[in-house]
Design a protein around this ligand. Sequence first.
Ligand SMILES: NC(=O)c1ccc[n+]([C@@H]2O[C@H](COP(=O)([O-])OP(=O)(O)OC[C@H]3O[C@@H](n4cnc5c(N)ncnc54)[C@H](OP(=O)(O)O)[C@@H]3O)[C@@H](O)[C@H]2O)c1
Length: 307
Amino acid sequence: MSESPTTATNPRILIVGNAGQLGRELEKIFLGFGPIVGVDRESVDLADAGQTRDLVHRAEPDIILNAAAYTAVDRAESERDLAYAINEQAPRILAEEALRRNALFVHYSTDYIFDGGKTSPWLESDPPNPLNVYGASKLAGEQAVEGVGGKFLIFRTSWVYGPHGQNFLLTMLRLARERDRLSIVDDQIGGPTTSIELARATHSIVTGILAGRFGAPEDWIGLYHMTCGGSVSWFGFAQAIFARAAELLAVKPPTLTPIATQDYPTPAARPRYSVLSNSKLQARFAEKLLPWEAALEETLQALRIAK
Ligand SMILES: NC(=O)c1ccc[n+]([C@@H]2O[C@H](COP(=O)([O-])OP(=O)(O)OC[C@H]3O[C@@H](n4cnc5c(N)ncnc54)[C@H](OP(=O)(O)O)[C@@H]3O)[C@@H](O)[C@H]2O)c1
């Protein structure tokens, strides 16, 4: 558990899952906002209800940012109970403890709660119909948080990647060093979203809420889609990565071949089209994330500097 000193005036912030892609960026951007307690799996096992509850009792937060999740989409098919423990039970407990303290609870969910059957961006009001256990467990988590109530925000996002952790960008860069040719799925369309942009937008919205810019809690509590702008297939995303990685990271671009989902079988089915409309987020909070191309450039630049 990492902890910064408490001050009387600033809100205490608990960041759950601070070693994950999003958690790392949240901890970075909320630095100086208030005293931060950041926890990873080593200090709390979210599959353990008692530990999860005890965490909030000890941290006494005014704001809980839950960046932790069971995110292994394919493994979830064979670890259903664990996925539900982390993606449904843990957020329910965090929401209950936030309610008890009158704290703000920020939680994240996924585009994989949709079945992919639309051809235009999904709205918050569209009916969910997850195709896999991960998506179903995340949907159960959303419903658990909404069921508890209190001051909560759920941000549904998609195709998360960033400079750290396990993600498509870093996998592509690694594979390019190992192989000359890569086959990439071209018939799943989504919105690649960076951990950096998610953290920035979360920080901006929480700042606005605390400043009273968005009115009373009943004016902003709820579920919002939060993704970078635009859409692309995994194949198109890989093309964009290698178009810039050669210059910025001295990566030799491999030959890319577009393939169909059926040619790359995985344990978990995935939606064909999971682009999320951000119009509710923009209307309510005047918040807009970067287009995915600009966010990719920002992330590649961050990797170049860190090299
Ligand atoms: N990644 C995506 O493509 C994607 C897409 C849509 C939505 N989302 C959502 O966005 C949010 C952030 O995702 P992310 O990509 O930042 O996830 P991530 O990098 O996988 O991080 C999740 C964190 O949760 C931790 N965690 C997992 N099980 C735990 C347990 N039992 N006890 C304590 N900690 C545990 C993980 O620890 P370990 O590393 O030790 O396992 C990891 O640090 C999540 O709500 C996710 O569902 C992600």
